[in-house]
Design a protein around this ligand. Structure first.
Ligand code: ADP
Length: 627
């Protein structure tokens, strides 16, 4: 996992960073405006009291009377109060923007990509691993796009701190010591050049040392250790479906020990990890020496400004101003260097982000609209369709030809791995056939607009998920919906009696994640709700993947006898393991090793020699036992 990373050059890192900012400025400009304003105010406000304090002290030390001192004091107090108020306001605005806009914008950037990606890429384990890595980097220390928000603020602050400091410190060099003073030598250009060199040298040295220290972070891959640590310490302990196991086998101690072990792992962040050791060694030393260099430089500034004041170049109050301003200057440069180091380190984490955002859409997107037909006359045909999953060389479907009209009930049966789900995925255009074509009313489905074509299908997948939200909203998949229709759909799906028992009806929250009085629904009930959701959508094609897998035999019988009413004039395609359900269908397609080996009505197929009868007999045995 911790493969050696090829480090980006500085230029590449900056190009990555620029692209990151372009993404952000488009996705959430207001967040960056607020951050910039906040950090600008933070950088500049300390200079306000610094300036007025110097004037005040100069007035007092220079023997200025009350006429000079009082206005200065008033100016100091008022400006400080105003600066404080500006700072609080900017900080509040920034916080509010960050809390309400930053993370939603992050989600939007990634989820829009995830939703617009070809399904085969979403389904690909590599894409999932990439996205997991991006999320982990983000959760770990905001590495990736989020870090750019923070560094943006730091940059604005550093640059303005430098500009403010320059404005306040120019006169330190330009005001001369009177020529008759023994300290007049301080006016020499050499002296000024020396100070400039010292400033540049100390900033460069402490910046380089900081950069060197930061480099340990960018070269350190903590993903593995962090993942293990979070899993054993937090995730495993709090996951509900593990709670029983943890108690029964007293796994808590085991998990805690594992977590502690992970903490000490080379790739983690404990004392014995690579980063922990670096902190005690070269990295720690770099941080320390960097701080010491800055402080030594401050000492020299004190000496220089103090001597000039002593020589009579300016009042003693100005010494505090110059020292404060030059401290700000040094800090501004150091912060800038640090932020550059941070940006460079962060660019490595932008790599997976762009790899993800740049996944191309290879699926052909047509422009025909599927006509909204009131007669729902849609005909679908698979014409000699074969399919291989990307990266495999086995045929998941081979030479499948099939035609079905609207209003038919088609059952798709076959053993595990025979290609049933793949058939559905191709039908819903989650994948395109490797060979052959699928036609809708005689036209290749690739030529239709993708969203238009998808809207023809309502699918209940085997692993469908309901949301921990009100029942009615689950059915309508929307916040505002037609209540009468939602109720009607629930009743048709067989949820009526249970709905009547719920005191809050459609407003009952499912599950208890968000509401204490939420209801826990059984697998069978969840299935009925999912079915009601399909009915509410009212698409011409309904696809049910193992619709009764979670139902007991009685509930299954109930659902099936109602199916014909439920689906009305729609086309229904069921994938089923229980052949008893096929009796209710007009047509059964039997899949075996990716091919349709038999097709016909249940009664005829049971009579005939073949795969269907073999499957039927195997199940009949099971039903007789159960019966
Ligand atoms: P069924 O629904 O009948 O159980 P599937 O359509 O899921 O069968 O699978 C058909 C074949 O395709 C199986 O050999 C399965 O291993 C393979 N397969 C299914 N999904 C993928 C995938 N995402 N990547 C690679 N092979 C897959």
């Amino acid at each position: 996992m911790a493969e050696k990373k090829e480090r980006l050059s500085f230029r590449q890192a900056m190009a990555y960073t620029r692209r990151g900012y372009a993404i952000w400025f488009k996705a959430a400009p207001e967040v960056f405006l607020a951050a910039g304003a906040d950090r600008a105010v933070t950088a500049l406000t300390p200079y306000v009291p610094l300036y007025f304090t110097a004037r005040l002290v100069n007035a007092i030390a220079g023997g200025g009377g009350p006429g000079e001192v009082w206005p200065m004091l008033a100016a100091l107090l008022i400006s400080t109060a105003l600066a404080g108020a500006a700072r609080a306001a900017a900080s509040n605005w920034n916080q509010a923007m960050e809390n309400s806009h930053l993370h939603p914008a992050w989600n939007r950037i990634f989820f829009e990509k995830l939703l617009s990606m070809d399904f085969c890429d979403v389904d690909d384990a590599k894409t999932q691993a990439l996205f997991t890595q991006i999320r982990q980097n983000n959760n770990w220390s905001s590495w990736g796009l989020t870090k750019l928000h923070w560094t943006f603020g730091c940059m604005v602050e550093a640059v303005l701190r430098i500009l403010g400091a320059l404005a306040l410190s120019v006169s330190l060099f330009t005001l001369p010591v009177p020529a008759d003073s023994p300290l007049a030598g301080l006016n020499s250009p050499w002296c000024m050049a020396g100070m400039g060199l010292l400033l540049a040298g100390s900033v460069a040295l402490s910046g380089a040392l900081l950069n060197r220290a930061e480099r340990y972070w960018s070269e350190y891959d903590g993903t593995q250790g962090n993942r293990g640590f979070s899993f054993f310490y937090f995730i495993a302990m709090q996951e509900r479906h593990r709670a029983a196991d943890i108690r029964t086998y007293t796994q808590d101690k085991f998990l805690e020990a594992k977590g502690r072990e992970m903490l000490d792992d080379e790739t983690s962040f404990g004392p014995n990890s690579a980063i922990g050791k670096a902190g005690r060694g070269a990295m720690g030393i770099s941080y320390t020496v960097s701080g010491a260099v800055s402080q030594a430089f401050m000492g020299v500034i004190y000496l220089f400004a103090g001597l000039k004041a002593l020589g009579g170049a300016f009042g003693v109050g100005s010494v505090t101003q110059y020292v404060g301003a030059l401290a700000g200057l040094a800090r501004g440069f150091t912060d800038l260097a640090e932020v550059m180091g941070e940006l460079r380190a962060n660019a490595e984490y932008l790599k997976p982000v762009y790899e993800f955002l740049d996944i191309p859409n290879n699926m052909y997107q047509g422009s025909l609209t599927t006509e909204k037909r009131s007669d729902r006359k849609y005909e679908i045909e698979f014409r000699d369709v074969s399919f291989q999953y990307p990266g495999t060389d086995t045929w998941a479907l081979r030479h499948v030809s099939m035609k079905f009209d609207v209003g038919e009930r088609l059952a798709v049966v076959g053993e595990n791995g025979s290609g049933k789900t793949t058939f559905i995925k191709l039908l819903c255009r989650l994948y395109d056939p490797t060979e052959g074509e699928i036609l809708l009313n005689g036209i290749d489905i690739r030529k239709y607009r993708y969203d238009n074509y998808l809207a023809l299908f309502s699918v209940v997948f085997q692993d469908f998920k309901l949301l921990s939200q009100p029942l009615g909203q689950n059915v309508a998949a929307a916040e505002n919906y037609d209540r009468a229709r939602a109720e009607e759909c629930l009743k048709r799906a067989g949820f009526g009696p249970r709905l009547a028992e719920l005191p809050r009806g459609l407003d009952t929250c499912l599950y208890r994640e968000f509401e204490d009085d939420g209801v826990e629904v059984s697998g069978g009930e969840a299935q009925k709700i999912a079915l009601a959701r399909v009915l509410y959508q009212d698409a011409p094609f309904i696809v049910l993947d193992e619709p009764t897998a979670a139902l007991d035999p009685e509930a299954e019988a109930e659902v099936y006898t109602k199916f014909n009413d439920i689906v009305e004039d729609k086309t229904a395609i069921y994938i089923s393991h229980r052949l008893s359900s096929c009796r209710f269908c007009d047509e059964v397609a039997v899949f075996d090793h990716g091919q349709v080996v038999q097709q016909g009505v249940h009664d005829a197929l049971v009579e005939a020699e073949g795969k269907y009868r073999a499957l039927w007999e195997a199940q009949a045995q099971y039903y007789r036992k159960e019966g």
